[in-house]
Design a protein around this ligand. Structure first.
Ligand SMILES: [Zn+2]
Length: 195
């Protein structure tokens, strides 16, 4: 059963048990978790970022990389393909409709419209490609793939995932919320960090 632990972000490092957070085997490698978020402080938006080195065994570290690539490659392909095609079509239509002749001289209305449409459809395309890749790869990669959230969702939720756990920054950027799939590791983590 997965367990959530909320931790204030301090100068002192977060301490992890000396074994794989996923399967509990001896630590042989590390996987990096990167959390970014834009936080509103007063009038300004400030970026908050946190990097955590998560202990893994070799197998789970490799699994983390494979799952990331299995999501990232189709996502980027879908984004580029759907995005560029939409960008081309919409910009061309805009040019045909003489959008650029509206308003001031030298306007690039059709380009702006094309870029906005391209980005939107591109994100949808990336999402779709990732879902298709996941269905195709599921028989090969199995559970590790099912446990990982889709990249588009991680992107929207500002969260990051490595085998065995996921992380997310709180809305005000002062706390980090870590979700452990392995409750035994979660208990050790609590003890080590005095939570
Ligand atoms: Zn492991």
């Amino acid at each position: 059963m997965s367990e959530q632990i909320q931790l204030p972000i301090k100068d002192t490092a977060v301490v992890f048990p000396n074994r794989c957070v996923c399967c509990g085997a001896a630590k042989q490698a590390q996987s990096r978790m990167v959390l970014n978020k834009l936080v509103t402080r007063g009038q300004r938006q400030e970026p908050v970022n946190l990097k955590l080195e998560i202990p893994h065994c070799i197998r789970c570290a490799r699994g983390t990389k494979a799952v990331f690539l299995a999501g990232c490659i189709p996502f980027v392909l879908g984004l580029l393909l759907a995005g560029l095609i939409t960008f081309g079509l919409v910009t061309f239509q805009g040019w045909k409709w003489r959008l650029d002749e509206m308003g001031k001289n030298g306007n690039a209305n059709s380009l702006v419209l094309g870029a906005a449409a391209g980005l939107f459809v591109g994100l949808l395309g990336g999402f779709l490609f990732e879902v298709i890749a996941r269905v195709l790869l599921l028989p090969i990669m199995g559970r590790a793939l099912l446990d990982a959230p889709l990249l588009a969702i991680q992107f929207l939720k500002d969260s990051d995932y490595v085998a065995g756990m996921s992380g997310k920054l709180s809305a005000d950027g002062t706390q980090v919320c870590l979700t452990f799939n392995n409750s035994e590791i979660a208990r050790e983590f609590r003890e080590l960090n005095g939570v």
